[in-house]
Each structure stands twice: as structure tokens, then as C-alpha cells.
Design a protein around this ligand. Structure first.
Ligand SMILES: [Zn+2]
Length: 278
């Protein structure tokens, strides 16, 4: 049994993490990308998990792949916990591009439109459906992605039960952080310090993540909504102050999130898509 990469005898840096993952190649039948056809065709997976990230600036201290690294790691650890409890779960490779239509003026933020995401999701689901998977969870790591309208449209056209969750919102961050923040703030920085410390720049290089609020009251209060023009909202691309982030907070939060998601995967694996209501 492997421990979570951020715990115990955990790798201390990204090189350790890579070798940890390599050592695990034969031991993680719940990671599709590490498994052979021999394993996969006989595995009778019940639930597929599709991590979905984004490629975008994260203040000046976190890497562009932050949302990909987080969603993939959370998916892998949640699946490991669920697998150990007998749930046949498989994690698909992460989709690295998110909705970033508010960031076209930020260098190399790579946008994937919602309509493109819907096509990608549909193709993935149609590829899995003939092979026995009965449920698919989109494990989202990027605030600009919203899979609900896509799932509403796709669900009537597939026998696979579809659902989505935002990993960063499945436990209350207020219990773990002084000021969680929205983007590259204390929560996300702490998570990355736990997962991939070698990719996190020293915090004194980070901007404060100060965000300008909407002038229009309804938008400011959040009951009316519009997407944000990122470069007009923040000077350093962050929304939320990373100053009080640390790896311990990240580990505690990741542990709680993965435990919660694992319990969900176990429940979902047992559930009959034809009888989902009490
Ligand atoms: Zn992020």
C-alpha cells in the first residue's frame, strides 16, 4: 500500500515524487495512465474519474500547471483510498486546459472554451461507455470550469451516470486557513507546498493577491454574476494572499478533501444508476 505522496515517508521534492510515482507503476491499477491493457480489460472498473485543470498564471510563485497538478494528485489519492475499500475506480489522465476567456491578455494562459470542453467530455464518455464503466466523475480544479450545463446536455445521450465536483470546495476551507483566497492564495499555495514544493517559488517573491471588487453592487455582493477580466481585477494574477500558506496546512486540507472524495467514490461505486433516489 502506498501512502499519499505528501505524507509520512513522503517525497520531499518533485524528483522524489517522480521516482515515487515510477516505483508505483505496477502498484496503482486505479491509474489508467500507468496500467497496461492486460490490467485494464479485466479490471471491471465501476467509476471513472476525470481530473480537469487549467494552464494559467498563478501569481508569481506558483506554476502554470497548478490546477492540473492539484486535481491529478487529489484524484489519485482519493482513488487509492477508495480502491483500498474495494471500490473499482479508475483515474483518467487530466485534461490540462480550462476556461480562461478572461485571461487572453495574460501570457500563455491557454483557454479551452466551454463548448470545446463539452465536446471533449462527450468524446471521453463515449469512449468509456461500451466498456462497462457506469459512472464518471469530473474532478475539477479550476474555478472557471463549470461542467453542470455540459452534463445536463450530455446525460440524456449516455447510459453513463455523470457528475462533477470541485475538489477545493468539498470541505470547508475556513477550518484550515486564515484566508483561503480564490486563486493562488493561502489554500492553493499551501496545497502546492505539500504536493510539489520544488515548483513553489519563495513566498517573498509572491505578490499580495489583492483583488479589485466590482463597482456594481449586485455583482460585488455576488448574487449577480459576470466573469472577471483578470488583468483589471489583480496586478499579480493572484486573488487571495498567499503570505500565511504552509505545507502543513496544505497536507491537512488535502487529507480531508481526499478522504471525503474517497468516501463519495465508494458510495458511488456501489450505487445503481437506475436507482439513485431514496
Ligand atoms: Zn489554480
Amino acid at each position: 500500500m502506498h501512502s499519499a505522496p505528501w505524507r509520512g515517508c513522503a517525497p520531499r521534492n518533485i524528483f522524489d515524487l517522480v521516482s515515487f510515482l515510477r516505483r508505483s507503476v505496477t502498484g496503482r491499477p486505479y491509474i489508467l495512465g500507468e496500467s497496461t491493457w492486460t490490467t485494464v480489460r479485466g479490471a471491471a472498473y465501476e467509476v471513472a474519474v476525470l481530473p480537469w485543470g487549467a494552464t494559467e498564471a498563478h501569481n508569481t510563485h506558483l506554476p502554470y500547471a497548478t490546477d492540473v497538478i492539484e486535481s491529478e494528485a487529489v484524484a489519485a489519492e482519493s482513488a487509492r483510498l477508495a480502491w483500498d475499500e474495494g471500490a473499482r475506480v479508475v483515474v483518467l489522465p487530466a485534461i490540462p486546459f480550462g476556461v480562461n476567456t478572461g485571461q487572453f491578455d495574460l501570457a500563455y494562459c491557454v483557454n479551452m472554451n466551454p463548448s470545446t470542453q463539452a465536446l471533449v467530455l462527450g468524446d471521453v464518455v463515449r469512449s468509456l461507455a461500451p466498456h462497462g464503466v457506469r459512472k464518471l466523475v469530473v474532478l475539477n480544479g479550476h474555478g472557471g470550469n463549470d461542467f453542470r450545463p455540459m452534463i445536463r446536455e450530455l446525460q440524456p445521450a449516455t447510459p453513463v451516470f455523470l457528475c462533477a465536483l470541485n475538489w477545493y470546495a468539498c470541505v470547508d476551507p475556513a477550518t484550515y486557513f486564515d484566508e483561503p483566497g480564490d486563486h493562488a492564495g493561502e489554500l492553493e499555495t499551501s496545497a502546492m507546498m505539500a504536493l510539489a514544493p520544488e515548483l513553489v517559488r519563495p513566498l517573498d517573491e509572491a505578490g499580495p493577491g489583492a483583488a479589485r471588487r466590482f463597482r456594481v453592487q449586485g455583482l460585488r455582493e455576488g448574487w449577480a454574476w459576470a466573469p472577471r477580466r483578470w488583468t483589471q481585477v489583480t496586478d499579480d494574477t493572484g486573488v487571495g494572499n498567499p503570505a500565511r500558506a504552509n505545507a502543513d496546512k496544505g497536507r491537512c486540507f488535502l487529507d480531508a478533501a481526499c478522504r471525503r472524495i474517497a468516501d463519495f467514490l465508494v458510495d458511488l461505486a456501489k450505487a445503481d444508476p437506475e436507482a439513485m433516489y431514496e
